[in-house]
Design a protein around this ligand. Structure first.
Ligand code: SAH
Length: 383
């Protein structure tokens, strides 16, 4: 159990760990050993760090703790997706999702954002992990279940990294991690927890060993942070949750649009400095009779014209308390066809783990669902 009076090591940078070593009178490379033990080896207690002297370990234990978030329960979908309830030191919890590749469902995991799918050879076995950035969410998007939780708090960088470490541990994934993709598309808005999100990215790249090119972050459209993000030397690919082709519809669905409207958002998107062969992704949740007409599709084409981008369509994943409907498949296909015919690369994100509430917009603390009698109960396992 984490001891609240101690500082958590998981989340500290190489620089910070090196300083801790030096303050204890140890050589600087002990900091690197700590860093490797925490992130590369993903150890769960200082006792396991066997290359440090007992004396140094005792000194560390007096002031610090090393605790991975706990996987409290695990839900298994018919399609192989796993949803994890991850418990944090203060008793809060968030959800993380594991989506295995190789079942033809890759298009459902969000990781295709920005990739040249047409030219990429069939992916080998691997998986995409979807992680949360906040406990709950403040944004109140009308189609999203996480919104119903309200905003509880930001996650620390350690808690963001810890979700990945715990899931990799549970899945017994060993190095190299070159078949693991990561999407920051779970609960919360990463760009409203910008510093911790970016610190986590750096720890994941330098420590855990995941490639930034295999990471995608999705934002609701926090415009100033999109500009900041474009200037980051190390950054995932960017996906923007558009979800509507005009301000009237978007403001109704996503209150944030009243603060940063489509003109501001698309301005930031147009100025976003893309790397070679990189594309922006625009996500668009299709809602029956709300934003899914032929006219909406044509409006969307005009809105994103001239951007180097692709569109990810997501047919609404329904949920209790959401007063919107999933369009029938024919409407979804018709919408997709209009975009493709206009030359816009457009993909349909297949719902992953809908039966266990693991799909986009369905992450809501499981206990809440169970308490209100709404758990699907499908494949529930306790960890
Ligand atoms: N807050 C960020 C990260 C969440 S990503 C963002 O808004 O981008 C979650 C993605 O799932 C977003 O693109 C969102 O538009 C989409 N989504 C939310 N609720 C959904 C639902 N019920 N069905 C399908 N997609 C949904």
């Amino acid at each position: 159990m984490a001891d609240g009076s101690k500082t958590e090591l998981l989340g500290l940078s190489l620089h910070e760990l090196t300083r801790i070593a030096q303050e204890a009178g140890e050589p600087a490379y002990r900091g690197r050993q700590l860093f490797e033990a925490i992130y590369r080896q993903r150890l769960d207690s200082t006792e396991e760090i066997s290359n440090l002297s007992r004396g140094f370990r005792q000194q560390i234990d007096e002031r610090f703790s090393l605790t991975l978030p706990k996987i409290e329960s695990k839900f298994t979908s018919r399609d192989g997706t796993l949803r994890y309830l991850v418990g944090l030191a203060d008793g809060e919890s968030v959800e993380a999702v594991w989506m295995p590749h190789g079942d033809g469902g890759e298009a459902g995991d969000g990781s295709e954002a920005g990739r040249e799918q047409e030219s990429e050879p069939r992916r080998r076995k691997g998986a995409t992990i979807c992680v949360s950035s906040q406990v709950g969410c403040a944004l109140d998007c009308q189609f999203c279940l996480t919104a119903l939780l309200g905003m509880k708090r930001n996650l620390t960088a350690g808690e963001i990294v810890g979700q990945i470490s715990s899931v990799l541990g549970e899945r017994q994934v060993s190095l190299p991690l070159d078949r693991v993709n990561l999407v920051f598309m779970g609960m919360g808005e990463p760009f409203l927890n910008y510093d911790n999100f970016l610190k986590a990215v750096r720890l994941l790249v330098e420590g855990v060993g995941l490639a930034e090119s295999r990471m995608t972050v999705s934002t609701v459209g926090i415009v100033p942070r999109i500009y900041d993000f474009g200037r980051e030397p190390v950054r995932p690919k960017l996906a923007i949750s558009l979800n509507a082709p005009n301000d009237e519809v978007r403001s109704r669905l996503m209150p944030i649009n009243r603060k940063w409207n489509l003109e501001k958002l698309m301005g930031a998107a147009r100025e976003f400095p893309l790397r070679i062969r990189e594309r922006l992704t625009f996500e668009y949740v299709l809602l029956n009779q709300v934003n899914d007409s032929r006219a909406h599709a044509r409006e969307l084409i005009e809105l994103i014209r001239g951007t180097r981008s692709k569109v990810n369509l997501i047919a609404l994943n329904p949920g209790p308390g959401i007063a919107l409907e999933t369009p029938p498949p024919a409407r979804v296909s018709a919408f997709q066809k209009i975009l493709i015919d206009a030359g816009v690369p457009t993909f349909l994100r297949r719902p992953r783990g809908r039966d266990i509430y693991a799909a986009c917009g369905q992450l809501k603390r499981t206990l809440g669902l169970q308490a209100s009698g709404l758990s699907t109960g499908a494949g529930v396992e306790s960890a």
